[in-house]
Design a protein around this ligand. Structure first.
Ligand code: CMP
Length: 143
């Protein structure tokens, strides 16, 4: 069983799409084990996007990711890191396939609705950035 960090980005929150996106993950059978609404600070943005800090688009990315709250979610499931990345589609909403979240809801490279960890190493690092150990709920689904 794997865990991954999903962020519903400011555009998702501003467009009132939280419910629609959560519903897609729930319908897929993924297990929400932690979730919160929070404001990303410039410091957290630099930690989260450490690999992009030197890139030309970083200042615009930081402005965007700190512009409104995000919803941080820890999802658990078999192969959940790959499954969620497949559900998101390509980074650029204009190139994301129809049926994916970005393909259905985004027409932007930056405002692409949802972030998800791309590897086990990133998932562990990103889950640690957004959640304390005592914020994860351990429960079994009975239905
Ligand atoms: P995400 O999956 O959160 O990972 C890094 C983010 O940077 C990405 O989604 C986009 O929001 C943003 N991004 C990636 N490439 C570019 C780019 N070329 N220009 C602007 N934003 C980008």
């Amino acid at each position: 069983m794997q865990r991954t960090l999903v962020l519903l980005k400011p555009d998702c929150v501003q467009r009132r799409l939280i419910g629609d996106v959560l519903s897609r993950f729930e319908s897929k059978g993924l297990h929400i084990v932690a979730m919160k609404l929070l404001q990303v600070t410039p410091e957290l943005s630099k930690q989260h996007y450490a690999e992009h800090v030197e890139k030309p688009f970083y200042s615009s990315l930081e402005e965007f990711i700190t512009s409104a709250p995000v919803v941080a979610i820890a999802l658990e499931g078999l192969e959940v890191i790959r499954v969620v990345r497949d559900m998101l589609g390509a980074t650029n909403g204009l190139q994301a396939a129809p049926g994916t979240l970005r393909g259905d809801y985004s027409s932007s490279r930056q405002m692409n609705l949802v972030h998800a960890s791309d590897s086990e190493e990133s998932a562990n690092r990103e889950l640690d950035l957004y959640f304390n150990a005592d914020e994860f709920c351990d429960y079994s689904l009975v239905l």
